[in-house]
Design a protein around this ligand. Structure first.
Ligand code: HEC
Length: 187
């Protein structure tokens, strides 16, 4: 019989209840040897390092919010300028040709012969609904490569997407949900 393995998040969810400060049971100082263990200061330390929460979140994953997604799309994640913004590569409003040409990723709006991204997302990968497809595009850019478009710079080199590859390591679950909610508004 297969027992469902407890996911990590479930495991860490049970934070220790407040440590009650009690007089220690340690009896009077020992004379002979110094005790092997120096006085243990019990600080209510969390059992695992805090997850990489970049936005203050309370409790369970919040309801996805396209407005937060929009901000995430446009701003450097965690204010870190080494992490490129989605907006640096993807167009979300019509731009003059010269500027549009600088965006190395597909436009999110309808552009050229392309439908808006939430519409394209319905038929990109047969087994994936739009939300799943969009999520996957962010987390695993190489799994499905948007076909190159005649007359514009290619979207990938061989099997490698030109999209920034580190978002899976950087985004929280809530942030991914917000980004997907935002992208789903382009329809
Ligand atoms: C360095 C440029 C670059 C950055 C930064 C970037 N992308 Fe992309 N993105 C691309 C390229 C190139 C593609 C097309 C190749 C592919 O399929 O991965 C793409 C594809 C996509 C697609 C699939 C679009 C379609 O038409 O099917 C989505 C969705 C997407 N990116 C979302 C994002 C989001 C959200 C972010 C920010 C978290 C982001 N991208 C950041 C370059 C980038």
């Amino acid at each position: 019989m297969e027992l469902p393995t407890k996911s990590e998040s479930e495991t860490v969810a049970e934070s220790p209840t407040a440590v009650v400060q009690q007089p220690t049971n340690t009896p009077a100082p020992v004379r002979a040897r110094p005790s092997a263990t120096p006085t243990m200061t019990l600080i209510a330390a969390s059992p695992t390092p805090a997850p990489p929460t970049h936005t203050p979140t309370q409790g369970p994953t919040p309801v996805p919010d396209p407005e937060r997604g929009k901000a995430l799309f446009s701003d450097h994640l965690n204010g870190d300028e080494a992490i490129p913004t989605c907006l640096s590569c993807h167009m979300v409003e019509p731009l003059p040709e010269a500027e549009a040409a600088l965006k190395i990723g597909p436009a999110m709006i309808a552009w050229g012969n392309d439908q808006p991204v939430a519409v394209r997302a319905r038929s990109r990968v047969a087994s994936q609904d739009p939300a799943t497809y969009l999520r996957n595009s962010i987390l695993h850019p190489n799994e499905y490569l948007v076909p190159n478009v005649e007359g514009r710079a290619p979207y990938g080199v061989g099997e490698q997407s030109l999209m920034y590859q580190e978002y899976a390591k950087l985004l929280t679950e809530a942030q991914i949900n917000d980004l997907v909610a935002y992208l789903l508004t382009f329809r």
